[in-house]
Design a protein around this ligand. Structure first.
Ligand code: RP5
Length: 153
């Protein structure tokens, strides 16, 4: 999190998701991507999700990352309310190992796409968001080039 206007919004279905998703925010920070994070469940707090997602583009966000578990409708609901690209992160679950979350996210109906990273793929969601910013903002493309060079050793 920085003082700059957030470009990436991270929304979690529950505070319990932050144990995994803190790594997403840390990766965004490491890449220098201004971000904001809120907790709002599609099922428990639908009005809050609507308000946040519906105002996201006008507030300056460019990409949204949505993390949730079980019957994980959060990313799809957010995508219904915004023209911004939505990256979803399926949370590993105690009952079904995250397959429930994964299928809930990837099986979106035609017309409301979301991207989906691996189960608990918090860091990849941050990197993908930065890559999306990099298509029109050279400073973020440069961050990805730098990241890939460091990764290659
Ligand atoms: C989902 O249900 C959340 O995203 C979380 O992954 C899962 C369990 O939530 P809690 O019962 O821990 O709040 O909505």
């Amino acid at each position: 999190m920085t003082d700059q206007t957030p470009l990436v919004g991270v929304i979690l279905g529950s505070k319990s998701d932050s144990a995994v998703m803190d790594a997403c925010v840390e990766q965004l920070d490491a890449l220098g991507v201004p971000n904001e994070m809120i907790i709002a469940s599609a099922h428990r707090m639908p009005d809050k999700v609507h308000e946040w997602a519906g105002s996201a583009a006008d507030r300056g966000l460019k990409v949204i990352i949505a993390a949730a578990g079980k019957a994980a409708h959060l990313g799809g609901v957010v995508a219904a309310y915004t023209p911004l690209p939505v990256i979803t992160v399926p949370m590993k679950t105690s009952d079904l190992g995250g397959l429930d979350s994964l299928l809930s996210m990837v099986q979106m109906p035609t017309g409301v796409p979301v991207a989906c990273v691996a189960i608990n793929g918090a860091k990849n969601a941050a990197i993908l968001a930065c890559q999306m910013l990099g298509t029109s903002m050279p400073e973020y493309r440069a961050k990805i080039v730098e990241y890939k060079q460091a990764q290659a050793g």
